[in-house]
Design a binder for this molecule. Structure first.
Ligand code: MN
Length: 255
């Protein structure tokens, strides 16, 4: 039987995590290692400057006072060090993780960490809206993972799955969409008369075919293959004219 490490960023008591673990528990051996509190928007943060505490809540169910990335490390490199999981699965997140937002996402970052540790990884996020259902998303996740477990996947498989609110009409392979964030910084004054700031704003998406956002808007499940090579390969071309000038910069640095 396949073995799956599950984590999330909404915390160990989230409904999405519980239903995902139950659904995948029917088709695989499941170990859950999740943050002891909400860690949404924690990104790919790794805790190096304080100790981490792990607590066992049930059989194969652990909480860690750290980030999703910490959880994947403790799961793969400690709890499962003698037999690493076949898959790391993260979610089901309360809310989408699409486009530019994937770099903020703790849910998706857990899968970054999974692949960095050499384990194929999948993130699931559920859109919040009318007819929202973690149950439906968990049933979909079970079928999706069942297919993967029976197929040969690429070595560095990293999939970001977003599930629309309501009954999905199908599944589409997509690329990351672009957001024109109306991000604003709001300044307020606290009861002691000191200024504080709040980063706020609502995302506005560019309407572009083939993106994760377009798929969700059409009621489709979006599956985006990701990779962690952040190299801008187009940049290797477009900066070529500057290269000679950069190259000249290293003369006579010792004065
Ligand atoms: Mn979250």
């Amino acid at each position: 039987m396949a073995s799956i490490l599950i984590t999330n960023d909404d915390g160990v008591f989230s409904e999405g995590l519980k239903l995902l673990a139950e659904a995948l528990g029917e088709i695989a051996r499941v170990t859950v290692v999740a943050p002891d509190r909400e860690q949404s928007a924690s990104g790919h943060s790794l805790t190096l400057h304080r100790p981490l505490r792990m607590q066992q809540l049930q059989e194969n169910f652990f909480s860690v006072d750290g980030t999703p990335t910490d959880c994947v490390n403790l799961g793969v490199l400690w709890l499962m060090k003698d037999s690493p999981p076949d898959l790391v699965v993260s979610g089901i997140n309360f809310g989408c993780n699409m486009g530019d937002d994937v770099t903020y996402s703790g849910t998706v970052s857990a899968t970054f960490e999974g692949t960095l540790l050499g384990i194929p990884s999948v993130a699931f996020s559920q859109e919040v809206g009318e007819e929202f259902s973690f149950d439906r998303a968990a049933r979909f996740a079970q079928r999706f993972i069942e297919i993967l477990l029976n197929e040969a996947w690429p070595d560095d498989m990293l999939l970001n799955v977003n599930i629309p609110a309501g009954s999905p009409r199908g599944v589409e392979l997509t690329r990351l969409g672009k957001r024109k964030y109306k991000q604003v910084v709001v300044e307020k004054v606290d009861p002691r008369g000191r200024r504080y700031f709040w980063i706020a704003g609502t995302p506005e998406w560019q309407r572009e075919e083939g993106t994760d956002h377009a798929a969700l808007s059409s009621g489709l499940v979006s599956v985006t293959p990701l990779h962690l090579d952040l190299t801008d390969y187009r940049g290797l071309e477009s900066y070529s004219e500057l290269r000679d000038r950069f190259d000249g910069l290293t003369g006579d640095l010792e004065t």
